[in-house]
Design a protein around this ligand. Structure first.
Ligand code: 4NP
Length: 158
């Protein structure tokens, strides 16, 4: 059985998707699950850059160092490399679907679709927000990471 692979997507790859990556990396380690995990932006604004300092600070509050993460832009190869491509909002969803090769088998969905009771909702962009908004982003992406672990365990058993 090949290991599951999950790609998180937001606009800039400096706020939401790096936090989602950090949350799932920790929960996968806690559950002793071997998962390929990465995050990207649909835009190229922050390629090669570290996450937003407010995202780094929020991760640090959670005991996680994401200062070494670097921005990357979504590439066509990602559709073959990842089984699950999970996006933060409807704009990301439209951009990812527009770029998907016709033969892509990657499952593309809103991240919050995996959390019971929040299907169809977006993870709000905290970029123009406050520190509290980043704390809210963490809560959302970590709840999704927890739900994803349950999905992956049931897929492994199925
Ligand atoms: P992210 O947030 O998509 O969660 O990383 C943003 C980061 C940068 C910009 C917008 C949103 N920007 O316009 O540069």
């Amino acid at each position: 059985m090949t290991k599951p692979s999950i790609l998180f997507v937001c606009l800039g790859n400096i706020c939401r998707s790096p936090l989602a990556e950090a949350a799932l990396r920790r929960r996968a380690a806690e559950a002793d699950l071997d998962i390929e995990i990465d995050s990207v932006g649909t835009a190229d604004y922050h390629v090669g850059r570290a996450p937003d300092p407010r995202a780094i600070a929020e991760a640090k509050r959670q005991g996680i160092d994401i200062g070494g993460y670097r921005g990357r832009q979504l590439a066509r190869e990602d559709f073959a490399r990842f089984d699950h491509i999970l996006v933060m909002d409807e704009d990301n969803l439209a951009d990812v679907r527009a770029m998907a090769p016709a033969d892509s088998s990657a499952k593309i969905a809103l991240l919050l679709d995996v959390v019971p009771g929040t299907a169809g909702r977006s993870v709000a962009d905290p970029y123009h927000g406050s520190e509290a908004d980043f704390a809210g982003t963490w809560k959302e992406v970590d709840a999704a990471a927890e739900a994803l672990i349950a999905v992956l365990i049931s897929e492994r058993q199925g």
